[in-house]
Ligand binder design. Structure first.
Ligand code: SAJ
Length: 434
């Protein structure tokens, strides 16, 4: 197959940029990976992925070995540029698009006629137009889609990433893509690039719509998780197991309730809805409320743990899981971490943390009275067992070992009431609370 772009520069080699760069290289494209972090660049040039994602190491090693992926700290000329840099929240919960502006400044000097620039970062509505203005201000010698949608030197499109951490390499190829060009010609050029590796549909729209699509996907999930979390809070108040309620309600042909948890973590679902709120604060009432419900969930779980702990003289509390979700090692922005930190700071008891996916506690916890131990040891010693993350490893735990413990299962992972208590009145921990 003749490639529409023989070289592509990927700006930002993080959770999205690196898998994209390695996948493109695997399809025969010469990929220049650009990152401001020299340590990441060195690691990649040695064939190592500096982030953890199943099979990523393997494809990075092979891309570097074949010479098709090369990492650098400064952009070089290429046929297309894909910007995949972070867009964090500022303190006031407005989006920080400073990294996109920095990327625009960095690529402007090496742009040439015929280039395609794609923005993949989650962005507030209107950012792709801003990107165009930033590039145009630095390269008055080139024409842009806003000058001439049909003949411009530079094509620009917004094509959001939608891959799920833990399944990125598969989803990168199989998921449908949204292609939002600043003009139909920009979209066609972007579509040709994604066709190199995407097996899903490439759905064309305009840039502003594509920006809002990305934000609404994560806000949709946040609102739905908030519904589940609110049910679990209500369930705790009225003495009903919300997981059982949800399991039964989901037998209705048009009901599909998500899973409650200790809160919503990660770098997307807990962040992106605020971009929509920021765009029209007075009109994003439901989206804001969902954020607030999900943000309040760790405090609710802490309240339940404290209530149980007050029944013991010197409670030993085993906290199972620290990651922000199941079967990954990412502890950043994790509600489980927040809960464990608060328990330790509040000296609620002796805290034993279990996280099979890490070897050591993160620096933030180093000074707190928390010990990282194995699940066996933690359960053996604990008076209270709190399941915070539904890692597969915790599924295997012998429920009989929990019979004399007070248990809070924030994920509904252990259907142990079926073995222990078929009345639907919950666990021993739950009974003790009433
Ligand atoms: N969670 C629940 N209950 C559920 C589902 C999730 O409490 O039923 C929690 C998880 O435990 C976690 C948080 O929500 O703390 C987020 O996890 P997630 O698996 O829902 O999503 P992320 O943040 O890993 O990835 C999301 C995905 N977006 C959607 O599913 C709409 C992914 O496709 C995006 O590419 C990614 O955000 C992103 O980068 O935007």
């Amino acid at each position: 197959m003749k490639l529409p772009f023989s070289s592509v520069a990927v700006i930002g080699l993080g959770y999205v940029g690196l898998p994209t760069a390695a996948t493109l290289a695997g399809r025969g494209v010469e990929v220049i990976g650009v990152d401001v972090n020299p340590k990441a660049v060195d690691a990649i040039n040695q064939g190592q992925a500096h982030i953890v994602e199943p099979e990523l190491d393997l494809i990075v090693r092979s891309a570097v070995k074949t010479g098709r992926l090369r990492a650098v700290t400064k952009p070089e000329p290429a046929g297309a540029f894909i910007i995949a840099v972070p867009t964090p929240l500022k303190r006031d919960r407005s989006p920080d698009i400073g990294y996109i502006e920095a990327a625009a400044k960095a690529i402007a000097p090496v742009l040439g006629p015929g280039n395609l620039v794609i923005l993949e970062s989650t962005s507030p509505i209107g950012t792709t137009e801003k990107l165009c203005r930033w590039l145009k201000a630095r390269r008055p010698d080139l024409t842009f889609p806003t000058d001439d949608p049909h003949e411009a030197d530079i094509a620009i499109a917004y094509c959001p990433e939608r891959v799920l951490p833990g399944q990125m390499l598969r989803e990168l190829v199989e998921n449908d893509r949204i292609i939002g060009g600043l003009s139909p010609r920009c979209s066609e050029r972007a579509r040709a690039l994604y066709r190199i590796f995407v097996q899903g549909e490439c759905l064309v729209t305009n840039a502003r719509t594509a920006e809002m699509v990305k934000l609404c996907e994560n806000a949709f999930r946040d609102v739905n998780i908030a519904f589940a979390n609110e049910l679990s809070i209500l369930g705790d108040k009225v003495g009903v197991d919300a997981n059982e309620v949800i399991r039964l309600a989901n037998h209705h042909p048009r009901v599909r309730i998500l899973q409650p948890g200790p809160g919503v973590g990660g770098h997307c679902i807990a962040v992106d809805p605020w971009f929509l709120v920021d765009s029209a604060p007075a009109f994003a009432k439901l989206i804001r409320a969902a954020r607030e419900v999900n943000d309040s969930k760790p405090a609710h779980v802490i309240g339940r743990i404290k209530a149980l702990a007050s029944r013991f003289k010197k409670p030993v509390i085993a906290c199972l899981g620290l990651a922000f979700k199941a079967d990954i090692d990412d502890l950043r922005n994790s509600p489980a971490m927040e809960i464990v930190e608060q328990l330790a700071r509040g000296k609620v008891g002796e805290i034993l943390a279990v996280e099979p996916h890490v070897d050591a506690l993160p620096a933030a916890m180093a000074r707190l009275p928390v010990r990282l131990v194995g699940a066996e040891q933690a359960i053996e010693r604990a008076d209270i067992v709190v399941l915070l993350v539904d890692h597969d490893a915790f599924r295997e735990i012998d429920r009989d070992r929990l019979l004399d413990k007070a248990v809070i299962d924030t994920r509904g992972l252990w259907r142990w009431r079926r073995r222990v208590d078929t009345s639907g009145h919950g666990t021993r921990g739950a009974r003790r609370r009433r």
